[in-house]
Design a protein around this ligand. Structure first.
Ligand code: CA2
Length: 149
């Protein structure tokens, strides 16, 4: 099983700004954590981050036929991007959405997720552990779907 793990704009600044919201661990720490979880679960993964919506759209499109699932923190594009929603729908790969913070305890504009409408699971407010939950959920979801075919 192979997962594409995508992270959106400004997540490269993790640990450098706003530690009260996003914690003190860096993006490199996050990538290492996700890689360790995937290795433990027997999942191959590629962990990527971009500040550009079109790059994220390209990566989702290119994932078709190469990856079994997508775990994504679209960051600010969560609340604006119909393009990411359409890309996820177009490839129709199973996808899970993660947010480090509890988006529902924050400003109203963070309560809507466009890409989330194409995801089988959303995890929020659990920090790095949210990625682990999303990865494990998606692994089980894909395995169960295979068994019922
Ligand atoms: O809670 C999350 O994971 C978010 O996806 C993070 C986004 C935010 O726009 C979403 O509403 C919720 C922001 C990511 C920016 O990360 C930073 C990290 C350190 C310093 C500044 C920004």
């Amino acid at each position: 099983m192979k997962f594409l793990i995508l992270n959106g704009p400004n997540l490269n600044l993790l640990g450098l700004r706003e530690p009260d919201i996003y914690g003190r661990q860096t993006y490199a720490d996050l990538a290492a954590f996700v890689q360790a979880v995937c290795a433990r679960e027997g999942i191959e993964c590629e962990v990527r981050q971009s500040n550009h919506e079109g790059v994220l759209v390209d990566w989702i499109q290119e994932a078709y036929g190469k990856f079994d699932g997508i775990v994504m923190n679209p960051a600010a594009y969560t609340h604006t991007s119909v393009a990411l929603l359409d890309a996820l729908k177009a490839v129709s790969l199973p996808a899970a959405e993660v947010h480090l913070s509890n988006i529902y305890d924050r400003e109203d504009f963070r309560h809507i997720s466009y890409p989330g409408k194409a995801c089988v699971k959303t995890v929020y407010g659990k920090g790095f552990a949210g990625y682990e939950e999303a990865i494990c959920f998606l692994k089980n979801y894909i395995q169960e779907r295979k068994e019922t075919r």
